[in-house]
Design a protein around this ligand. Structure first.
Ligand code: GUN
Length: 308
């Protein structure tokens, strides 16, 4: 998800400090700082594993092709691994690699005892069958949580690997101190990577969850009822700021580039900021959490591998 773009320091405006004539402004959720704390907390678990086993938790990373954004994301993930004391095993394959070649590499990483999590960076070049690839990753090494077994486990309330972005979003929502139980939560977007698992996680915490998508009628009315809004549609400023419910928690998963090259999320930030109680910035909100959760998933996978 996010990453690879210059991080701007998030503005922190305390609720109640609104300029005259304006309603209360939102508190900005500092994902960068929260992710840093997550990574710091992880370091001692990494040391514990390394001392116990003799090698650190390891992440196998596969990048097929040279998509510049994917290359930056992958580099960020690997750097974060190394900073946390973990190992990362990088494999770049040419864009024209066959299904068989990529699957062979997945098989190798599946069997490698130094690898506890496998990341296959998406999107893959169009000629490759990504569903088949993701299903080939051993579920006990599925650090991204994209395997059908991981999705099924989450759906039945026995999560194994939880997809990193929704997991990070839950942490950000929890950081606000707002009650999730009984809250009206609206997820805009129904992807397997974010929207669906996000809805499952909110439901597991007893929110009343609505999933909206491109065919949803009266999207503004749904958004207007949300105590918690998660926007994950991948369209610049698709959610208008004046739809936002006053005082709500707004989590913006989108990272889009405007025509002028500047970055924006899926939510019209400036207007939403005037209405929300809490809001994530883009960049510096959800993006850093995705990386931190990938590390957590890998470390959890490593510990599970020695508790069998
Ligand atoms: N491409 C964009 N976001 C992600 C992610 O979270 N995981 C993987 N594997 N690929 C991605």
């Amino acid at each position: 998800m996010a990453g690879g773009v210059a991080e701007i320091p998030p503005v922190r405006v305390e609720v109640g400090q609104a300029p005259e004539g304006m309603d209360e402004l939102a508190e900005v959720i500092d994902g960068k700082q929260i992710a840093k704390e997550c990574r710091r907390a992880l370091k001692s678990r990494v040391s514990e594993f390394t001392e116990q086993v003799g090698n650190p938790p390891g992440l196998g990373v596969i990048l097929v092709g040279e998509d510049p954004a994917s290359a930056v994301y992958v580099r960020n993930k690997e750097r974060a691994c190394e900073r946390a004391g973990m190992a990362s095993f990088h494999h770049t394959l040419p864009a024209d690699s066959s299904q068989q070649v990529v699957e062979k590499l997945i098989d190798r990483l599946n069997e490698d005892p130094l690898v506890h999590g496998i990341l296959l960076q998406l999107p893959l070049p169009g000629h490759l069958d990504s569903k088949a690839m993701l299903a080939r990753i051993r579920p006990d090494k599925d650090a991204d949580g994209f395997h059908p077994v991981s999705a099924g486990m989450l759906a039945v309330g026995q999560p194994s690997f939880v997809p990193c972005t929704p997991r990070g979003c839950m942490r950000l929502i929890e950081s606000t101190g707002r009650d999730i139980s009984g809250a009206d939560a609206v997820v805009v977007g129904r992807s397997n990577i974010v929207g669906k698992p996000m809805a499952q996680l909110l439901l597991s915490q007893n929110a009343t969850v609505t999933i909206c998508h491109s065919r949803t009628r009266d999207l503004d009315a749904h958004v207007g009822r949300a105590d918690i809004l998660v926007a994950a549609v991948g369209r610049p400023e698709f959610v208008r700021g004046d739809w936002i419910r006053d005082g709500s928690v707004v989590i913006d998963v989108g990272i889009n580039r405007r025509h002028d090259g500047s970055l924006c999320g899926d939510v019209e930030y400036e207007k939403a900021f005037e209405r929300a109680g809490f809001i994530t910035p883009v960049p510096g909100g959800v993006g850093p959490m995705t990386v931190a959760m990938l590390l957590e998933n890998t470390v959890e996978g490593a510990f599970r591998s020695i508790s069998k």
